[in-house]
Design a protein around this ligand. Structure first.
Ligand SMILES: NC(=O)c1ccc[n+]([C@@H]2O[C@H](COP(=O)([O-])OP(=O)(O)OC[C@H]3O[C@@H](n4cnc5c(N)ncnc54)[C@H](O)[C@@H]3O)[C@@H](O)[C@H]2O)c1
Length: 219
């Protein structure tokens, strides 16, 4: 994943720390679900896959230092991180491009449990407009402006072909969306104040392929 952000968070938490907070949140959620009440920084670091010094430093930005000999209160730390990320509130999200990937994203139940509510699925193809995916109607892309205004949407997901992605992003930005998660293999140009994160699984696979090749060469 690559990040393009225009500003640091209110208390200037470093961007690399911000990127790890959701990882800690996921690890803490697993601990809460397992009934764990306290954990050491070493346990949490192992669950999150980072080293414990880095974890302690990251959590110190949140003013969270744990209790010597006891560790962190799992439930409270989870709340603190969720509050810092902003997922204690419900974020309405629109997904544009309801093809193979759009269907998979719309059907993913993990968004809701992590604070994101998919309020609209939009597609330019009228043949898709009769569909209901995960209980949400697929609607015309031209309804974007109305939906964003009615629902106060700040986050948009792009799952269209690459050629359409910039035009979709432009329409999103023009009607007030300020954060975009882009799955299309296209570099988006957006004005200051709009954050774009790009997800590209084939790049992740290519990085793994590079390491596989290195392993094979040194074997
Ligand atoms: N990032 C990743 O890891 C990853 C993985 C898979 C696919 N993708 C990308 O996601 C995108 C979607 O892939 P897919 O397999 O779902 O494609 P798809 O062809 O099945 O679906 C694309 C959908 O976008 C709609 N669309 C086209 N132009 C539009 C526009 N201007 N406005 C609104 N909707 C529009 C189409 O009608 C279609 O329903 C592609 O760009 C693909 O390369 C990325």
């Amino acid at each position: 994943m690559t990040a393009r952000t225009t500003s640091e968070t209110a208390r200037d938490i470093p961007e690399a720390t911000v990127a790890r907070l959701p990882v800690y949140l996921r690890a803490l959620t697993t601990l809460v679900e397992a009934g764990t009440q306290t954990c050491s920084s070493e346990d949490l670091a192992a669950a999150a896959g980072v080293n414990s010094a880095k974890l302690r430093k990251d959590l110190s930005y949140l003013g969270s230092y744990g209790t010597r000999g006891v560790g962190y209160d799992v439930d409270y730390l989870r709340y603190q991180i969720a509050r810092e990320i902003g997922v204690t509130q419900d974020w309405p999200v629109v997904i544009v491009g309801i093809g193979n990937l759009g269907h998979a994203l719309a059907n993913y139940s993990g968004f809701r449990s992590r604070g994101f509510r998919v309020v609209a699925l939009l597609d330019a193809d009228p043949e898709r407009h009769d569909e209901v995916v995960a209980g949400v109607d697929v609607r015309a892309f031209d309804d974007l402006e109305q939906i964003v205004a009615d629902q106060g949407v700040a986050i948009g997901v792009i799952a269209t072909p690459a050629l359409a992605a910039q035009a979709v992003a432009d329409r999103m930005v023009a009607c007030g969306i300020t954060s975009i998660l882009n799955f299309a293999p296209a570099v988006l140009s957006v004005p200051d104040g709009v954050d774009v994160r790009k997800v590209d699984l084939s790049i992740e696979l290519q990085i793994l392929a590079y390491h596989e090749q290195r392993k094979a060469q040194s074997a």
